[in-house]
Write a protein that binds this ligand. Sequence first.
Ligand SMILES: Nc1ncnc2c1ncn2[C@@H]1O[C@H](COP(=O)(O)OP(=O)(O)OP(=O)(O)O)[C@@H](O)[C@H]1O
Length: 164
Amino acid sequence: MDESINIPSWADQSGSELVQSSKPKGPGSQWKALNVGPDMIRSLLLRKFKNPTPIQRASIPGALSTPPRDILAMARTGSGKTLGYMIPLLERLGSTHSPSTSPRALVMCPSRELAMQILTVGKDLARGMTKGKGKETENLKWALIMGGESMEGQFEKMSKSPDM
Ligand SMILES: Nc1ncnc2c1ncn2[C@@H]1O[C@H](COP(=O)(O)OP(=O)(O)OP(=O)(O)O)[C@@H](O)[C@H]1O
């Protein structure tokens, strides 16, 4: 039996070569080549994230494709996995609150520290998308739900119809 792993073309790490071989120029051009939108690129550049990391190159196009792809990704710590899913997630949700009755996205993670870190990264990225645009609309709402916290407080957070 062939035990080699088939990596779909959109997830192939050599996709990074595809981005490089077309030699996109200018700030944000490598993000643009992954179909990341202008508001998000502005937010990324504000944070000095000039180019995507390999795991981001591999995951973002599939997550932004129509229809979106399911992605199971693995990469070493510090390789940029969080933005690998947070960028497409925010691109799909948009940067403004939607008063639907249920959350539009759910991020599950195995520790409180990671949950808090992801919240900070996500909020910061979303803030950068609207910064300086003078929009009157309400920003995305986030709710951090963790074991060991008061149930009442967490129900209250959920009652405010968070987006994420
Ligand atoms: N494209 C990028 N350019 C520059 N820095 C980046 C980029 N993407 C992420 N980073 C930075 O790299 C660091 C590691 O990113 P991140 O925490 O997302 O990695 P991770 O793979 O999710 O790590 P862990 O497995 O520990 O959760 C962070 O400081 C983040 O701000």
